[in-house]
Design a protein around this ligand. Structure first.
Ligand SMILES: C[S@@+](CC[C@H](N)C(=O)[O-])C[C@H]1O[C@@H](n2cnc3c(N)ncnc32)[C@H](O)[C@@H]1O
Length: 222
């Protein structure tokens, strides 16, 4: 790991909005995020594969009455969002370092209200590892409240087409779907929703500079 990354990785471990569970030990906040971390009963929303956590921080600013948790395996990336959240005094934003594959070990049934998937790896050769594969959707179903919404924002035609197929095949309830988010953002969306969809992540900026069209959908699975 590069020196700067190592420094950030070491620093983030001391932040009180960052958790890195010890493998094989039961995670103390499972089922207790409200009582023991956020100290309120507000809804919990996850950003899975959050990288630097632009959505976690951006949404936390927009919705002071909701709680947001960015999840990623890369601690040095999450350092950026975790530090910003602390500097801004956003007590409704937190970060969890783990593989998303084990998400049920960190949240209880019905503990999560919504999930955001932001620029997830398309995994061209490993469909099972895509964050909208049946394997992952089954994991989300175990922690999401009934009717809990899953949002996907991506540059990837492959991942978006695959997700569209999954929605059709498994009869998920599609709430919104656009192959060109910024070109065809419905005019009747309220300004807050428009602002939210305009939050640009690190990867979104990289892909947009290369000419990618940004796609977005939201759906429910239970
Ligand atoms: C392409 S990046 C997108 C990061 C950020 N959401 C953005 O838009 O800038 C994908 C992120 O997902 C994380 N990731 C991919 N698969 C994961 C998994 N199974 N568990 C945890 N993190 C994962 C990677 O570490 C990486 O930070």
């Amino acid at each position: 790991m590069a020196k700067n990354k190592l420094k950030r990785f070491a620093a983030v471990k001391n932040f009180d909005n960052f958790y890195e569970p010890v493998i094989k030990e039961e995670f103390h906040l499972k089922g207790k995020w409200h009582a023991e971390h956020f100290h309120n009963d507000n809804p919990i929303i996850l950003e899975l594969g959050c990288g630097k956590g632009e959505y976690t921080v951006g949404l936390a600013k927009h919705f002071p009455n909701k709680n947001f948790i960015g999840v990623d395996i890369k601690g040095s990336r999450m350092f950026v969002g975790a530090e910003e959240a602390l500097e801004l005094g956003l007590s409704n934003a937190a970060f969890l370092r783990t593989r998303i594959d084990f998400i049920e070990d960190y949240f209880d049934a019905n503990e999560v209200e919504e999930i955001w998937l932001t620029f997830s790896d398309p995994q061209p050769k490993k469909p099972r590892k895509r964050l909208t594969s049946p394997l992952f959707i089954d994991r989300y179903r175990k922690i999401l409240k009934p009717g809990g919404v899953i949002h996907l924002k991506t540059d990837s035609d492959l991942l978006f087409e695959y997700t569209e197929e999954q929605i059709r095949e498994h009869k998920y309830n599609q709430l919104e779907l656009s192959w060109d988010l910024y070109g065809e953002l419905p005019a009747d969306l309220d300004s807050k929703t428009q602002d939210i969809l305009h939050i640009r992540t690190h990867y979104e900026k990289l892909f947009t500079e290369k000419g990618a069209t940004i796609k977005y959908c939201r759906f429910t699975v239970n």
